[in-house]
Write a protein that binds this ligand. Sequence first.
Ligand code: FAD
Length: 401
Amino acid sequence: DQRVVIAGAGLAGAQTAVRLREAGWAGTVTVVGAERHRPYDRPPLSKDVLLGKAEGAPLDVDFDTLGIELLLGRTATGIDAGARALRTDAGAVPYDQLVIATGAEALALPGSEGTPGVHVLRTLDDAARLRPLLTARSPLVAVGAGWIGAEVATAARAAGAPVTVLEAAGHPLPGALPPELTEPMRQWYADAGAELRTGARVAAVRPGEVELDGGELLPAGAVLVGIGSRPATGWLAGSGVELAADGSVRADDRLRTSLPGVYAVGDCASFPSARYGRRLLVHHWDNALAGPATVAAQITGTADTAYDPVPYFWSEQFGRFVQYAGRHAPHDTLLWRGDPAAGSAPGAAWSVCWLDGAGVLRAVCAVDRPRDLAQGRRLIERGARLDPVRAADPAVPLKNA
Ligand code: FAD
């Protein structure tokens, strides 16, 4: 029997197992996961789970019926490429083909590791530790006004906890969006009663307080560090799998790694994009959902096409549904559809399109305009050219621009 072993039981790992069966793989499929929980979805952790609306979000997959073996609470520690075996903390697991899907881990604030009351939010266990602090209305200091910081601030305010969000950059979501787009978002924080402080650098975190550069002290019943994530690939050191400078597994356009019979997919892997002319490392749910089809096709030999998606993600913050598809460049022309200043109430919808010099739609960011996102995403995939005047008219459906 041919054996596929998958390291990592998150969305990408579980989805690879499912796609293999769908593609007709008749050999064994074994998924090795460090967490004790059955595979679950992470986006709800910072939304419904923190809001107390859900206990968790197990993936809707019947692993037993599909004949997928789950080895949970088991950590991959290396690869013995010569023997074709995945090393784990509970013995070696032999493979014919191996899929690396160990995802990403939250970055810690340097110097704050191990400080009581300092949290990150990556796992179900992290969410279970954080939630009682919100319901107890402990003053929360979130470090980083990124996607996680904004969503945790939303949940904390919904629970009635005082919230301060500290952002070292001059505006929220600095890694993802330009300042003119995030300017209206300041009001979202204010309306929710959360204090957003940009240009605020943390000097030290101590139990019960955060010290800013300049000496100001903020009381903190809980500190949430949301400053980004990095590929969980430390365990691959010395295994012969080539890593990129950002720590991701360097996959090719079929998601193959530098070791024969070894693939990588999801948050842990970067891949060359012909569409964008560069290597991409995508830390979003949709990439972990879509990439596994390419891996399964390679392993089963059922198809041979390059993986080159238009990246997509969403966020739910302060009662808004924020979505983004594509990639914009600094010199792209930014067009507004709708006026964010027209009102700050949830439901005051707007979106933004980026066109390149030839008028080709490169990216869309939509706030409560999911139709713009859905239509824009398809137009981006097709490389469609838009009329800038029509595209800037929110009354004109994007697909007719
Ligand atoms: P992961 O989900 O990280 O899964 C990897 C698994 O491998 C983990 O269970 C890990 O424990 C395990 N593992 C790691 N190392 C080892 C090892 N050595 N041995 C065995 N197992 C190991 N994306 C969006 O697009 N929209 C959102 O709204 C959104 N919200 C999010 C909210 C939160 C709180 C978080 C944390 C992420 C969110 N994301 C969102 C991102 C999205 O969840 C990730 O892109 C997705 O989970 C990636 O899936 P993955 O399987 O590649 O990695």
